[in-house]
Design a protein around this ligand. Structure first.
Ligand code: MG
Length: 365
């Protein structure tokens, strides 16, 4: 039988000297005995999967709202794709796959219903109260404060390295390559699945993508190989090449940076890890073309915007209602943590799924 001690030993044997070893974790805020079977990061992953916030990702919008169809990504399937890509890259660079997977599974837990428009709406409301809303900070808040399952402590009491990975904009955090990789895997995942979903929905057209040089180059490669298949199969064949290209570019670029900057220890990573985790310069410009294309043609598409306006109306309406009648918020949610009335309402709404928020709106307003 494999025990935690065996995993820890295995990590020491197999992983790179600049990987974050679970046996070297700085621990947890509230002391707990270690698990006999699982490493610290494996245990954290399990806690995240069992959390309420994780299950709700299934009914939270990525780009297309839930009722638009079964094909499209939700926050949950997006998260699984990020985890899969992160694990692959971490494994190939002899980094800690468990840590990368765990951070990936938690990276979007703080997302509001209705995607970015939900986030924007909550942020605009909170600004009026001299506060802000930001989804990364909210992910951290979910796992350190809002999840309530353990009587001994608030949140999930995750390892510090996982928390550092989730709070990606905090300047004081300790940098690991595992966390940096998740950040980039997030970008690989969303660019590719948004192209896929965008084409499937008809909001993006194959023809339009001709203006994106990288897409066009791959299209020219794929078409002669499969001249008779439908467009949707070309799409899959282009996207799998895109993902492969992004992943292999990232692997090579990080490896190159590690050698060039003489990264040997986890301390070196903390100092220089941020600068060495990126795509190569030529690919960065291709990715920026793709991002601009998606923003102009998909994220700002009138049909997507219409849904966004609806989302803003729902979030604004709910916030107003709970402000006037705070006792509508369930007692169990209202219990814990010290927070202003506004922050509590914000936390409550941010935790809702799309359909729950719509349903509440219909019933209360
Ligand atoms: Mg994400």
């Amino acid at each position: 039988m494999l025990l935690r001690k065996d995993y820890e030993m295995r990590e020491r044997d197999v992983l790179a000297p600049y990987a974050m070893l679970s046996g070297e974790s700085r621990g947890r805020e509230y002391k707990e005995p270690a698990c006999r079977f699982r490493s610290a990061f494996q245990r954290d992953r399990d806690r995240i999967i069992h959390s309420e916030a994780f299950r709700r990702l299934e009914y939270k919008t990525q780009v297309f709202v839930n009722h638009e169809g079964d094909y499209y990504r939700t926050r949950l399937t997006h998260t699984l794709e990020v985890a899969q890509i992160s694990r692959g890259i971490a494994r190939s660079l002899r980094l800690n796959e468990d840590l990368a997977e765990t951070i990936a599974l938690a990276h979007d837990l703080g997302h509001t219903p209705f995607g970015h428009s939900g986030e924007e709406a909550l942020d605009n409301i909170m600004k009026k109260f001299g506060d802000r809303f930001e989804h990364n900070e909210q992910s951290l808040r979910v796992v350190t404060k809002l999840e309530y399952r353990y009587p001994e402590f608030p949140g999930l009491n995750l390892s510090f390295e996982v928390l550092d990975g989730i709070s990606k904009h905090d300047e004081k955090r300790r940098v690991t390559l595992e966390a940096e990789i998740v950040n980039l895997a997030d970008e690989i995942a969303y660019i590719n699945h948004d192209l896929d979903d965008g084409l499937k929905s008809g909001l993006l057209k194959f023809k339009q993508l001709r203006e994106v040089p990288l897409w066009q180059k791959l299209f020219k490669e794929v078409r002669p190989l499969y001249p008779t298949v439908p467009e949707s199969i070309w799409k899959y064949q282009i996207i799998r090449r895109l993902i492969y290209l992004f992943v292999t570019d990232l692997q090579a670029n990080i490896k190159h940076g590690i050698e060039k900057k003489k990264i040997r220890t986890i301390e070196d990573v903390n100092e220089k890890g941020r600068e060495l985790s990126s795509f190569s310069l030529p690919l960065q410009s291709e990715i920026s073309n793709l991002n601009t294309f998606l923003t102009e043609n998909l994220y700002h598409h009138p049909r997507v915007r219409k849904e966004m306006d609806k989302a803003t109306k729902i979030i604004d309406g709910l916030f107003d209602k709970y402000l006037k009648k705070p006792n509508l918020i369930p007692a169990l949610f209202n219990r814990q943590i010290k927070a202003t009335k506004e922050r509590r309402i914000c936390d409550y709404i941010a935790g809702m799924t799309d359909r729950y928020a719509s349903d509440k709106y219909e019933r209360l307003i």
